[in-house]
Design a protein around this ligand. Structure first.
Ligand SMILES: [Zn+2]
Length: 327
């Protein structure tokens, strides 16, 4: 039941199944786009390692107390080390977490050096491993060099090449890929029948699949966080930019008018523009890679305290001008 929950990653699942037969202590590096199943697979493996009534040794029942605890993030031997955990440990706001710090990794090290509390295996999932500070990475490296008995460690990241090479060399790398539209539908269908399903059906579901670029996680996020509206607006904005004179374009930057947009508003609107730009890129439009670059530059500028409104205007002008050339 359990590993089959990971759709669209046959290579990763096959590797995981082979590993389950041997169960050597060897850290894994799961890398690939956000929201395509890296954390899901790590946690499904954690279930298999700790399931109380497995139907066969390489599969979890998904129903016993251990499986349910892992699913709910409540198992004492299975931990996801991420910004949320760090914020809780430091009693700080989540938004304040920009890096994974040495204290967080030291805490995890202490935990891993103890015997399991109630399971058979300790599992550590280090999310966004590219955000480790250099000294945090050093501590982690020490753990990876001599992992404690019956400990499974998973490093997750979308950016394998931003990770310290020493860390990468200690792990077995496993690549995760974007899902096809059909695989996306398969994953999302599971959520459709839930009572509080965030997903619509019919055209809006199709739209979400199209815009999520092969990431079910992103599709769910878009629907849950009410981002779909923002995405649809960005889409309309993108379409309307082609060949507009500057005065018209600047009108669009004001958006819904009324109040002055905050930095967060502007950032969200610019981020949404990445979706149509990325799709244009995928469709092989020549100007699209430049557009994506401009959008990313704009996001960077926002972080460096440049006037948000101004950054947005300049971006729209550039995009409009480049689309004019295309048409
Ligand atoms: Zn179980």
């Amino acid at each position: 039941v359990s590993l089959k929950a990971v759709i669209g990653q046959p290579l990763a699942v096959e590797l995981a199944e082979r590993w389950l037969v041997r169960r050597t202590v060897h850290p894994f590096l799961f890398y690939g786009p956000d929201g395509v199943g890296k954390k899901t697979l790590a946690l499904e493996l954690a279930k298999t390692l700790n399931c109380l009534s497995p139907a066969k040794p390489e599969d979890a029942c998904d129903a016993c107390a251990a499986c349910r605890k892992i699913k709910g993030g409540l198992h004492p031997d299975v931990r996801v080390v991420d910004f949320a955990l760090q914020a809780a440990e430091r009693e700080e706001a989540l938004e304040k977490q920009q890096t994974l710090r040495i204290e967080t990794v030291l805490n995890e090290r202490r935990r891993l050096l103890q015997s399991p509390l109630e399971g058979r295996w300790k599992v550590s999932v280090i999310d966004e491993a590219h955000r480790l500070t250099p000294d945090a990475a050093n501590v982690l490296l020490k753990i990876l060099e001599e992992p404690p008995e019956r400990t499974a460690i998973f490093l997750l990241t979308p950016f394998r090449d931003r990770l310290f090479a020493t860390l990468v060399s200690r792990c077995q790398p496993v690549r995760f890929r974007r899902l096809s539209d059909e695989e996306m539908r398969q994953v999302l269908r599971r959520f459709e029948h839930q009572e509080d399903s965030p997903l619509g059906s019919g055209p809006s579901l199709m739209r979400v699949i199209e815009l999520a670029l092969g990431s079910p996680g992103r599709a769910l996020h878009m629907s849950r966080e009410d981002q779909l509206q923002g995405v649809l607006e960005a889409e309309a904005l993108w379409q309307s930019l082609a060949g507009q004179p500057p005065s018209q374009v600047l009108g669009k930057a004001d958006g819904r008018g009324k109040t002055r947009p905050t930095r967060a508003d502007v950032e969200a609107r610019i981020r949404c523009l990445l979706l149509p730009a990325a799709r244009a890129l995928r469709a092989g439009e020549l100007e699209a890679s430049r557009s994506v670059q401009w959008i990313e530059d704009a996001l960077l500028k926002l972080r460096h305290n440049v006037q948000p409104g101004l950054v947005f205007e300049q971006l729209l002008l550039k995009l409009a001008a480049s689309q004019k050339v295309v048409q």
